[in-house]
Design a protein. Sequence first.
Length: 342
Amino acid sequence: MLADTHATGMNCRNSASERMAHVLVTGGAGFIGSHLVERLLADGNRVSIIDNFDEFYDPAAKRRNIEASLSHAECRLYEGDIREISTLDSAWSREPIDIVVHLAARAGVRPSIQNPTLYADVNVVGTVKLLDAARKRGCKKFVFASSSSVYGNNEKTPFHEDDRVDHPISPYAATKKAGEEICYTYHHLYDLPMTCLRFFTVYGPRCRPDLAVSKFTRLIDEDQPIPMFGDGTMRRDFTYIDDIIGGIVNAIDNCGDFRVYNLGESQPIVLRDMIATIASALGKEATIDPQPEQPGDVKVTYADISRAKDELGYNPKTEFAEGIRRYVAWYQETLATPSNAG
């Protein structure tokens, strides 16, 4: 179990050291990773971060994400790539790592179609190298960030973990499916406790700028048209960041065999309604720019979360309108330009 004590001073750290878990978070400066790092530190754990500050989006934003965490005595950053053995060696040099939460990946469906080789190298080869480092050094638990994209255009909804996922429709989805498979292989060969988490459209403060919620918020705020791909009936199971973090922490605590879980809201939102909700939160009107459907985009994501509820105690609480209200408030405070901030 993760410690529930807070390390606030040297004496406390020394007395609690035996109860602390040492958690390695790859991609720890990113959107989900930085929130997880904060939660793990607040719960009294030691945390190491691996991040290469890739230029997929502004590296300065990722550095801001973890600025406060790095001031914590029990947090350390290892700047480098998960494919580099030297980076992995450095991360393990401080002390044994009890738990790995592997969030680092090349993200995005559409960019993966343009550069499938890079996605395969980072998401598959990088995962293998990390798994091998973990098993050689006696890691006790490994949590892998997968994606709802592995379900492809599954016509059966909601998506259940036991559904077949043999037809991914983008290279990104295929690399996440491959990641799950290699995780199982390492569990089978080396008895490494392993949990794979299929995230469903996570949003909230620090959301990546390429994701729909953040992109549409900025465009509406700046009175620019919204590119809407398809007829607006596409549905996504938007899941607020706090609910995802709660699910990850519970998954760490319950990691003991090999298990796959959906982490979603289980309430898909139609694209047109998503745009209208953001516009309402901003107090503005959205202008729609119709675009053709994009290759690799699935028609619907919809999580069956009964397994995560039963086995992890997962309980998402943030309704979409409330999550958007919180995101827009954060956006207006931290990202909006003065002319558009209201």
